[in-house]
Each structure stands twice: as C-alpha cells, then as structure tokens.
Design a protein around this ligand. Structure first.
Ligand SMILES: [Zn+2]
Length: 105
C-alpha cells in the first residue's frame, strides 16, 4: 500500500501544494457506489466537482426529481472525476450536452 492517495482525475496534482493528497471525506451517501467514488476522488477534485455540479444544474435546469436528469448529472460526474479511470478527465459541459436530448423531444 502506498501512502499517496491515487485520485483518478488529477493523479494527485491538485494536491501538490497541500500534501499529502487526501481522499474526499464527505460523500453525500455511504453505500457501495459512493465508496467507489471516495476511493478514486481526492478532496480537491471533489470540491471542484461540487462547484461544477451547481453550474451544470443551473445551466441545464436539471430537476433532481427527474430520473433522466439525475442520470445526466451522474454522467457528468463520472466524466469529470474520471470515475471509470478511462483517462478522459474533465469533460466540458457543452460536449456532453450535444449528445443529450430530453426524452420525448
Ligand atoms: Zn484529485
């Protein structure tokens, strides 16, 4: 075990000036899914995502009561934090929005 935290998104670079890089400490929910998010996301990147999340919700007027909207937000988060470790990194909201159409439109 390394004592350096491995963040998928920044590989620790977000924490370069505040070592050691630490994992996020305040997941919204504690379950299997969020345990995985916590395992690959540092506190700095999580903070960046929380800011981006607000912008995305406002920009696309997402309604968290709508399942499809929640899935869209989850897709943004997956890409932004590189949760799947694809190396894709942060995706600009516009790039995702181009491919997203609300149901029935
Ligand atoms: Zn990070």
């Amino acid at each position: 075990m390394s004592d350096v935290f491995n963040c998928n998104r920044c590989k620790g670079t977000s924490c370069a000036d505040k070592t050691p890089c630490v994992g996020m400490t305040n997941p919204p929910v504690v379950n299997t899914y969020w345990n995985k998010v916590v395992a690959v996301t540092c506190q700095a990147c999580w903070g960046e995502w929380k800011e981006m999340e607000v912008k995305i919700i406002n920009e696309y007027r997402l309604n968290m009561l709508e399942r499809e909207h929640r899935q869209m937000l989850k897709k943004f988060m997956t890409d932004f934090l590189d949760l799947e470790g694809t190396g894709a990194g942060a995706v600009a909201p516009d790039a995702v929005a181009e491919n997203w159409k609300p149901a029935g439109q």
